[in-house]
Write a protein that binds this ligand. Sequence first.
Ligand code: VG1
Ligand code: CO
Length: 541
Amino acid sequence: MTTFPTRPFDGQKPGTSGLRKKTPVFMQLNYLENFVQATFDAIGGVAGKVLVLGGDGRYFGAEAAQVIVKMAAANGAARVIVGQGAWLSTPAASNLIRTRGADGGIILSASHNPGGPEEDFGVKYNMANGGPAPEAVTEAIFARTKEITAFHKLEAPDVNLEAIGESALGGMVVEVVDPVEAYADMMEEIFDFKALRGLFHEGFTMRMDSMCAITGPYAVEIFENRLGAAKGTVVHEQPLPDFGGMHPDPNPTWAHELMAEMMGDAAPDFGAASDGDGDRNMIVGRGVYVSPSDSLAVIAANAHLVPGYAGGLKGVARSMPTSAAVDRVAAALGIDCYETPTGWKFFGNLMDAGRVSLCGEESFGTGSDHVREKDGLWAVLMWLNIIAARGQGVGEIMADHFARFGRNYYSRHDYEALPVDEANAMLGDLRDRLEGLKGKSFQGLVVESSDEFCYTDPVDGSVSAHQGFRILFEGGSRVVLRLSGTGTEGATLRVYLERYVAGPEGLDEDPQAALAPIIRATEEIVGIAARTGREEPNVIT
Ligand code: VG1
Ligand code: CO
């Protein structure tokens, strides 16, 4: 028997990046099966198709992979290419889909959310271009979850996903591949590995914190084995089902061990961290934290120094809440700069159409058209290659950049696990008052314009409304507010703050101090503390 009756579950709605729920929710009888079958149905079935499968090694990933290969077989797929041990970082999965000409892929991850029996799990579908399914597809998946009556699954013993090689499962081939090799080879093609080997040979020191998540094996292979960085350069390099209890989100709050080392007396030259599924990155110099929006701008300004981008960038794109630092670089380079909603899926069309080569988000995500996902280790290698080519450290590069382009002081304040009704009411109220804000003064800042971001994709014309509230003040300061689409508990309010200083004075302030007037004006307009009783955000990046 391969067909099993089932009944719909509520709430199987993919968010910013796939379906994310508490692990016990995913482990309910038929919950995963329903979502996977709905995905297969929504993409027109998988008969005769080739799929890539892997994840970040978190709890329940190996079991979920078994379910999915058996379902793919019963649904008539021709082949599933699985990373050994069901491991694949998100960018490595994107690469495999593209280079193997697969029809799509399933990534098992809840990214930067903690993993474990009581933490989070997630499933995401990627398209044949290697990128996350666009909204039309995720909506079709969700619609299907609401009407599903049966799923197909082969009743068979578990497949050995630990040994590299091919095996048959019903009429389907299961091909287990080394999760690291193809990805590391691609990096060798993009970057000047000879120069990077030279850098480490001359004594350049680095700390890479893989946070007990998927980048460990990739980072050890690339930095230590292929580039000759000292053994031990990569720490927390063993992926663990619960990430060793770490919260694998590479920001100053959660990567505090790395931050302490980089701000201390014995700091190495360069530090970096990545998230659960390997698509995010944090860059830190000795005593210098690089905000993700600035990192994107620096990469854009220096990309021509890297072999893979020696011909220049086609264009750049950033998510709307990301600072406009990269816009200034694009203007100087004379290339287009696109502004998209939050989430990597919105960059896919722009890259496929050849309009942009470089994309980034304020949430520690940077990437290029080498794949169709953001790519944490790629960003780290971009920085290393730029450092090697310029012969300067992170601090000098940042100071140069600000002197040339001015500085977009930037910070994001997150208020987590708010009661959903309260958060909705607060933003609903803001929506009602939004138009009337124009021309009014708050804490000395006059509102120049305010709107709710609505994106029209310039390639296919699709429209995505309600993508966040923007309030622009005279003088170029700005606050953006939106609710997270990746959380699994209550509502998370994200407040994005930005202020531009042209220089040469005032380029070296503490960002929280530089942004204090905007923070006060936001409180007067939105009343976050007044309405939620939260005096402070949970996370500041
Ligand atoms: C967050 C980030 C967004 C990112 C998304 C997925 O979404 O803000 O920029 O693309 O996570 O990243 P949200 O809706 O919670 O703000 V990952 O590394 O979790 O796949
Ligand atoms: Co991620």
